[in-house]
Design a protein around this ligand. Structure first.
Ligand SMILES: Nc1ncnc2c1ncn2[C@@H]1O[C@H](COP(=O)(O)OP(=O)(O)OP(=O)(O)O)[C@@H](O)[C@H]1O
Ligand SMILES: [Zn+2]
Length: 822
């Protein structure tokens, strides 16, 4: 026994349990038979309380923390290759520290979601029926008997009032609980038929078969003809053979059936054979390319801001620097915002690099994601293109990390860990001595300011590749339109332009950053506005299969539209404001001959719909592409000669300090969709705020002027990039409790930092979205110059207030380096 013990090694394991109390590593011993496979970074199955959960080995040791008899064993190893590299383990530690999350959350952010091992607590009625049950208990029991086994947490969520009854029924033995386990996605195994002998021996063998075995002969010869290995499914389909025929051949040793792994390919080998060569670079591109290349060669971490107007050929620079990087034996990651939304981008990478590219984004099935991820982990590809989470692509020799449209808010994750892809890229660049390239026509204030301070190298591409000027932008003041009696969505100018383009068979893009039919409905008699019962927002009017319906864009609540005001009974209840559905309806009314494609969250919900709509438009089978911000970036259609901005004001009215920046960026991006090719283009911009600097600068597409103006405002208001901002959000059904909870963090931080000029502790205030999902929300904002200084206290304040939150059933969350404060 004792000799065995000295041989035994222990593993320090992060367990998949969602709680700050279990946020440390646990020791497990490594059974003899798993000695070889339990290595650092490996995913294992371990017992935890009554459950079996997934865990991640972060180190190995021989020093037990508790008596060895009490240490439980690792049950199983879940992968062939450890999914976490040493770098990723370090990165997960950094994520915890930087964004205040649990270690399990940090590790899971690094791995493709589908591979997680899940165990869920299920309850069901037993055979025991106790004599005495109260009404509630009877209700629960009959529910379970009718509906069968239920996931406990879900049931409690749906019926919070059943909690007590369920506990009592468990005590009485009337219901039982058990863990239901589900392993995550696995390699896809496919049955193959493999010939077991060479041609000569096969022909001999077939000669000796009985004369009536002609089907067996036919199948064997077909297999020989196919080269000896085919999928079982294909063989059955091609030869129409029965299973028994195959079995007979197998028993004679002529063939065998093997399970082989088959990669799921989200792009089905598309774009193969459509390889595209590189373009000769323009002088400006060449300068940018050489600058990035020389940084790559230093093998030191560098950051470049590639600031190029729309159509300046940034993508070509990405492609060529990646090629150079791969030739150096290193790897590259390219992040694009919501890649599923830019199939044109994927296409360019696939056509340039073919099989050397893995694509990662949320619209892939879990199996496809897992396989693409494994192609990266196993070193089969050198390039990963994807949305935010692709920044974690498990490459081991990273050279280049490119973030396209660097200013996009979607690079910040809104759930734990609330990381910013740009910051993760910096971490990885430092680890690997890699270069980070941040590309944008309208850089974020943070990055442009860092360039001004010399922390980031700025490279400018001031002109479009083809020297085409940026399109002229014409402002239409909608207040004047109204004064002059035009109540339509379209100004006379825009109306005219649409008619003219239609007559010339030219294409156009119409932009409105608001989906649904109208913004809200209002009773003109009493002022009643239909609001969500659980959120502090008005409901949006939609048409769903031509039936009007009211919807909450935050919680998904929907209800019928009343014909009369539910408050005063008046019939003067009308909808106000304009969404994409209403614009579409108006277009069809005013221009019945126009072929319109509407693109927003509602029309692109199904897989592939986004790509299909864009392809239709690209093939010029439609005249007008109408959409939300989904169509603002990355698109390049030569047939488009007009961009119409229905209203520039939607993002301006958002109660957030980035509203002006957002508006300027969006408008510049949309305007950039036109005039990129031979045909001249124009932009018509409708607004009620023509004098606003964000709109004025967008009209002249003058980024630098915008930056100067905005940076002054940020400075005078103590906003980022001068200060970093962390936000505590407290939520509770009771307004008072929500406020008190947020106040806890304020008090804590004040006590530590009231004298410190480099930390600003703001007063607790109601959140702009003051109620959501039935809970009141309060914000408490901390601003500081150095995260290092506040880190420990932020964490302490969070733990302190979270303990209170637990007692009163409230929710407390913290967002470090918050991007949006809603
Ligand atoms: N060196 C080159 N020679 C010829 N054409 C080029 C060259 N570089 C880029 N192009 C073409 O110019 C167009 C614009 O380039 P690209 O899409 O790379 O610009 P971008 O800066 O990424 O634009 P956006 O930010 O608007 O998406 C593309 O059609 C591209 O094929
Ligand atoms: Zn709601």
């Amino acid at each position: 026994m004792s000799t065995k013990l000295t041989k035994m090694l222990l593993a320090e394991v992060i367990v998949d349990v969602k709680s700050h109390e279990t946020d440390r590593t646990f020791q497990y011993f490594i059974p003899e038979e798993l000695q070889k496979r339990v290595v650092i970074g490996m995913r294992v199955l371990v017992p935890f309380g009554p459950r079996r959960v997934e865990g991640y080995v972060v180190s190995l040791t021989n020093n037990p923390e508790t008596p060895l008899e009490k240490v439980k064993p690792i049950l199983r190893v879940l992968d062939e290759l450890p999914p976490l590299t040493p770098e990723l383990i370090e990165l997960s530690d950094w994520l915890c520290e930087r964004y205040i999350c649990t270690r399990a959350q940090a590790v899971q952010a690094l791995l493709p979601g589908g591979m997680r091992f899940k165990s869920t607590l299920v309850i069901e009625a037993s055979d025991v029926t106790p004599a005495i049950l109260d009404a509630r208990e009877k209700e629960v029991l009959s529910f379970l008997k009718n509906k069968g086994p239920q996931v406990k947490s879900q049931l409690l969520k749906d019926h919070p009032s059943w909690r007590g009854a369920i506990a009592k029924l468990l005590q009485k033995g009337a219901i039982t609980e058990r863990f239901m386990e589900r392993t995550g996605v696995k390699e896809k195994q496919v049955a193959y038929v493999v010939l077991q002998m060479d041609r000569e021996s096969l022909l001999q063998k077939l000669d000796h078969l009985q004369a009536n075995a002609f089907k067996q002969k036919e199948v064997a010869l077909w297999l020989l003809h196919q080269g000896g290995t085919v999928r079982l499914r294909d063989l059955l389909a091609a030869t129409k053979a029965a299973r028994s025929t195959i079995e007979a051949l197998r028993q004679k040793g002529i063939l065998d059936i093997e399970q082989r792994e088959e990669r799921r390919d989200p792009y089905h080998g598309r774009y193969i054979g459509e390889k595209e060569g590189k373009l000769p670079l323009t002088a400006a591109q060449e300068r940018a390319y050489s600058a990035i290349l020389s940084m790559l060669q230093t093998r030191q971490a560098h950051t470049v801001l590639l600031q190029g107007v729309t159509g300046s050929g940034k993508t070509e620079i990405y492609l060529q620097t990646i090629e150079a990087c791969v030739q150096m034996g290193r790897q590259a990651i390219v992040l694009v915002p919501e890649i599923a939304l830019t199939p044109q981008m994927v296409e360019r990478f696939k056509k340039r690099f073919g099989e050397d590219v893995a694509v990662l984004h949320s619209r892939l099935s879990p199996g496809e994601r897992y396989d693409e991820w494994r192609r990266i982990r196993q070193g089969e590809v050198s390039i990963a293109v994807g949305a935010r989470s692709a920044v974690f692509a498990p490459f081991e020799k990273l050279g280049l990390l490119i973030i396209d449209e660097e200013h996009e808010l979607s690079y910040k994750q809104e759930e734990n860990p609330k990381y910013h892809a740009r910051e993760v890229a910096y971490f990885r660049a430092l680890y690997h001595g890699a270069t980070v390239v941040l590309g944008s026509a309208t850089p974020s204030m943070e990055v442009r300011y860092a360039a001004a301070k010399g922390r980031v190298t700025r490279i400018l591409l001031p002109e479009r590749v083809n020297r085409k000027p940026l399109p002229p932008v014409e402002i239409v003041d909608m207040r004047l339109e109204l004064k002059q009696g035009n109540r339509s969505i379209f100004s006379r100018r825009l109306h005219e332009a649409i008619a003219e383009k239609l007559a010339h068979r030219e294409q156009m893009i119409l932009f409105l950053n608001r989906r649904g039919y109208s913004t809200f409905i209002l009773c003109r008699a009493c002022g009643y506005v239909a609001r969500c019962p659980s959120c502090d927002v008005s409901l949006t009017y939609h048409y769903l299969n031509s039936i009007p319906i009211l919807r909450c864009h935050y919680c998904g609540h929907s209800e019928e539209v009343a014909g009369r005001c539910p408050e005063c009974g008046s019939q003067h209840i009308r909808n106000f404001g304009t969404g994409t559905q209403k614009v579409e309806e108006e277009l069809l009314r005013l221009f019945p001959e126009a072929r319109v494609i509407r693109m927003d969250v509602d029309t692109t919900a199904t897989k592939g719909s986004h790509e299909r709509l864009l392809r239709t438009f690209g093939a010029r089978e439609a005249d007008i592409l109408l959409g939300t911000q989904m169509i603002a970036k990355g698109l390049d259609f030569p047939g488009v000669t007009l961009v119409g901005i229905i209203t520039a004001d939607t993002s301006l009215n958002v109660p957030d300090f980035r509203a002006a920046e957002r508006t300027f960026q969006l408008l510049t991006q949309v305007a950039g969709r036109v005039g990129r090719h031979d045909a001249a283009g124009e932009v018509i911009l409708q607004t009620y705020h023509p004098e606003h600097y964000a709109i004025q600068c967008a009209v002249t597409q003058d980024y630098e002027r915008f930056f100067q103006k905005e940076i002054e405002i940020r400075h005078s208001l103590d906003h980022p990039p001068f200060w970093e901002m962390t936000v505590f959000t407290a939520a509770h059904e009771s307004q008072k409790e929500a406020y008190r909870l947020a106040r806890e963090t304020e008090r804590w931080m004040r006590r530590r930092f009231s004298e410190d000029p480099e930390v600003i502790v703001h007063e607790t205030t109601a959140a702009p979205l003051a109620r959501l999902h039935g809970k009141y929300r309060f914000h408490q904002v901390i601003k500081y110059k150095s995260y290092k200084k506040v880190k420990a206290e932020l964490l302490a304040a969070y733990f302190h207030a979270r303990a209170k939150a637990k007692k009163i059933d409230g929710v407390l969350s913290v967002d470090v380096n918050a991007q949006m404060v809603l």
